[in-house]
Design a protein around this ligand. Structure first.
Ligand code: SAM
Length: 212
C-alpha cells in the first residue's frame, strides 16, 4: 500500500488523500463482498483510479474507467482548473490519457484496469453488467452529472455502492450538480446514505427497484 499511496500522491488530480482512502476502503469492501468490478466515471490523470485499481486487485476483480480524456469544462484553456502541461501539441486539445497510463504504470496497476475512452452516456448505453461500486467524478454540470447518474446508477448491484465526489450542500463551497444527483439518489428510495468523508458521499443500493 505504501507504493500505491506514493503513486497516488505523485499523480495529478483532484482527490484529497482522506477522501481517496475512504473511496478505497468502500471499493475494496464492496468488491470483496459482491465479487464484482468497480467503475469510475472521470479519471483525468489517474489519481483516484490508482486507489480503485488497488482495491479491485485486492478483491480479485478489476476497475473499469470511463473518460474521454479531453477534460471537463473547467479544465479547458482559460478556465480555473486548466493545466497547460496536459495540452497535446498535435491537436491543441487537452489529452490526459498518456498521463493516466503513465500513472497506472508507475503504480504497477495497469493489469487491474480496463480503460474505456469515450463519452459517459455513449458507453452507458452499451453497458449491461452490474458493479460493486460506481464512482461518479465526471463532468460537473447538471447535463453531465445527470447523465452519469441516469446512465450508471442502474448498474450498481443491490448491496453495492454509489459514490459521488464533490458533493457540496452549500453553494458557497462548490458547484451543485453533484449535490443534486446525490439528493436524487436518496429521494429515489433505492439508495440509503452511508458515512461519507469530506465531499465524498457513499450511498448503498438497498432495493433492486427502478432508479429514478
Ligand atoms: C474532475 S476530473 C476527474 C478527477 C479524478 N477522478 C481524480 O481523482 O483526479 C473529471 C474528468 O471527467 C472527464 N469527463 C467529463 N465529462 C465527461 C463525459 N461526459 N464523458 C466522459 N468523461 C468525462 C474529464 O475528461 C475529466 O478527466
Amino acid at each position: 500500500m505504501t507504493d500505491v499511496l506514493a503513486a497516488f500522491e505523485a499523480a495529478k488530480g483532484f482527490m484529497p488523500a482522506d477522501e481517496g482512502l475512504a473511496l478505497y476502503e468502500a471499493a475494496r469492501g464492496a468488491a470483496r463482498e459482491l465479487r464484482l468490478p468497480v467503475l469510475e466515471i472521470g479519471s483525468y490523470c489517474g489519481r483516484s483510479t490508482i486507489l480503485l485499481a488497488d482495491a479491485a486487485r485486492q478483491a480479485g476483480t478489476v476497475a473499469v474507467t470511463v473518460d474521454h480524456h479531453r477534460g471537463s469544462e473547467e479544465q479547458q484553456p482559460g478556465w480555473e482548473y486548466h493545466d497547460t502541461d496536459l495540452v497535446d501539441e498535435h491537436t491543441g486539445r487537452m489529452d490526459t490519457l498518456p498521463h493516466f497510463r503513465r500513472a497506472l504504470y508507475d503504480a504497477g496497476l495497469e493489469e487491474h484496469v480496463v480503460a474505456i475512452v469515450g463519452r459517459s452516456p455513449q458507453v452507458a448505453a452499451l453497458w449491461g453488467r452490474p458493479f460493486a461500486l460506481v464512482f461518479v467524478d465526471g463532468g460537473h454540470t447538471d447535463e453531465h452529472a445527470g447523465a452519469d447518474y441516469e446512465g450508471w446508477a442502474p448498474h450498481v448491484a443491490e448491496g453495492g455502492l454509489l459514490a459521488v465526489h464533490d458533493v457540496f450542500p452549500d453553494p458557497a463551497d462548490g458547484g451543485q450538480a453533484p449535490y443534486r444527483i446525490y439528493r436524487r439518489a436518496l429521494e429515489s428510495g433505492v439508495f440509503a446514505e452511508e458515512p461519507g468523508t469530506g465531499s465524498l458521499r457513499l450511498l448503498r443500493r438497498v432495493t433492486g427497484g427502478a432508479v429514478r
